[in-house]
Every structure is written in C-alpha cells, then in structure tokens.
Design a protein around this ligand. Structure first.
Ligand SMILES: [Zn+2]
Length: 315
C-alpha cells in the first residue's frame, strides 16, 4: 500500500509540475490546448483524455455516429488529431517539448491511429462481405416488372431482388464483397462498410471476350450490353473508373481490348464523367466511347439515357 501511495504521489507531483510548466508558458494543459483546437474545427464538449490511447469522435460536418474524428495525446505536451474523411491531421503542443521531439511523437501517434483505423476498416469489410453473400444467396431473381427496370426499359440481366431492392453483385478479386441496392425510385446504395474502391459488377461474361467495356452505372452497362452484345463492367461511379480499369487490365490477356464508355455529364461543371473516363483510359492505354445525343435533346447524359430516349421516340 505504501509503495502505491508513494507512486501515486510522485505521479501527482509530476502532473502538477507539468501543469505548472504549461501555465508558466502559455496557461494551458494539453487537454485545454486540444479542446481549443478541436473547437476551431467545430467539435466541442468532448471529455478529452490524455491517456495515450486513440480516441474517436464524430466530425461536425457529417451525420452523428460517423466517428471520422480521432485524437491521441502521446504525452502531456503533445496531442495529434485529424479527420479520416478529409485526411487532415494537426499537431497541438503546450510548448513544453522541443519541436523535433513533439513532431516525432506526433508522427508515431498518427501511424498508430492509422493502423487501428485500417484494422477496423478491414474487419468491417469482411463483415459486410459476409452479409452480401448471405443476401445474395437468399435473394430471388429480379422481377422484370420492377419499377426501375420498367422506367429504364431494361431486362434484369442476372440481377437479384430482395423486397423492393434490386441487387447488383459487386466483386473484388473474383469474390463477391458487396451489393449495390437499387431502389424503385432509382436511388442506389452499396451495403454499409463494404469495400468500394476497385470493386465492380459485370453484365455478360469475360471468358473468350475480345472486347470489354467499362461503364459507370448498372443501367448504362445494361444498355451497352443490350446494344453491343459485349461484356460490360459496372464501376459504379466516375472515381472508381481508374482503379477498376487498372485491375481489369491486369486480369485480362493483352489481346482483349478495353474501352471506357463515358457518361457525358455535359450539364455538370468539369464534366466528371468524361474527365474521369479519359483519365482511366490514359492509365491503361484504352479508348473512350462517348454517347451521341439527338440534336434537340437537352436531357440525356449517358448511354442508358440515349437508348431510352431512342426507344421513347420510336427510333
Ligand atoms: Zn435524349
């Protein structure tokens, strides 16, 4: 008992000294300094614990429960915090430590936080992949009269359905890892926490194909497959075109041509559809295919729109 008391007393003294030092320098403890810095980033009311562990909190710019924010105080003089969704990272010091020592502590703390975050992410992805396989196995074939398919005038092409959701299977390294849910109103959402980057769907079969297309959305891919009879990969969004293109190029024999079928986001600033498709095509040396619009059409932006537009006009 005596030893413990002595130890606690020593710790208490050290703590008091360090606080005294801080007060003398700039009137703050690391908890106060970190609290002020977090407040400047919109986060208030956290009970900050300078215990060397990594703590997570909700960032102010996203819905509650996002846990995008993190902080760690590797010592009583240094704190590091950041936000995973923006990648930003900040170091706070009380001035009690030299800059190089504080920077080294901050670097190590960030490294630890990132490793913990990666482990959490991988665990969640494995959990979601399991859910995707379970849903896929228990879902029935998609109803051709599903409102989304009727609106788009497309066949289900191997989609499955769970309640009112169409399910697009998404693969990574040949494994089903996620599902895109398409709701009757056309809203699309992958399963929570699943792998997203480099993940893709497929309409048709890659085996023995001489040419493969890569498109953004499922409907665009389906319209292209219907019109051209070639397998079409579904990358889901413009940002995913490049990682999907790279992976597909690595996987397919050299003599199989890959073409990026771009969305023409002509009403969106910077035209992300064409910009990202060109970028992806450049990285793998592929061609880009762009939709041709009717002269008097001010609505269509992708191959699915054009196909539908032509069907509606009876062309
Ligand atoms: Zn049109």
């Amino acid at each position: 008992m005596a030893a413990i008391t002595a130890k606690e007393t020593r710790r208490g003294e050290r703590r008091a000294n360090s606080q005294y030092e801080s007060e003398r320098l700039n009137c703050t403890t690391i908890e106060q300094a970190l609290g002020d810095a977090l407040a400047a980033h919109g986060t208030t009311g956290l009970a900050i614990r300078a215990d060397g562990d990594i703590h997570r909190f909700d960032s102010a710019d996203k819905p509650g429960g996002n846990r995008n924010g993190w902080y760690v105080c590797p010592s009583l003089e240094v704190a590091v915090f950041g936000f995973w969704h923006t990648g930003e990272q900040h170091t706070v010091t009380t001035g009690g430590k030299s800059d190089p020592a504080a920077a080294a502590e901050a670097r190590l703390a960030y490294q630890r936080a990132r490793e913990q975050r990666e482990a959490e992410r991988r665990a969640q992805q494995a959990k979601t992949a399991e859910q995707a396989r379970r849903w896929w196995a228990t879902a029935g074939a998609a109803d051709p009269s599903h409102p989304y398919l009727v609106t788009k005038r497309l066949a289900p092409y191997g989609l499955r359905q769970r309640d009112t959701m169409l399910l697009v299977p998404l693969f990574y390294d040949g494994e089903l890892v996620n599902l895109e849910r398409i709701y009757p109103d056309g809203a699309k959402k992958a399963l929570f926490g699943g792998r997203a980057k480099g993940v893709a769907g497929l309409i048709g079969h890659l085996a023995n194909a001489e040419r493969v297309l890569i498109a953004e959305g499922w409907a665009t891919a389906a319209a292209l497959h219907e019109a051209m009879g070639v397998p079409v990969v579904v990358a889901r969004n413009a940002d995913n075109l490049e990682p999907v293109s790279r992976r597909l190029r690595q996987r397919l024999p050299d003599n199989v041509a890959i073409t990026l079928a771009a969305d023409d986001d002509r009403f969106t600033e910077g035209n992300p559809g064409i910009t990202k498709a060109r970028l992806a095509a450049l990285t793998i040396g592929a061609k880009v295919l762009m939709p041709t619009f009717c002269a008097d059409c001010s609505r269509c932006t992708d191959f699915a729109d054009v196909a539908l537009c032509r069907k509606e006009r009876g062309l």
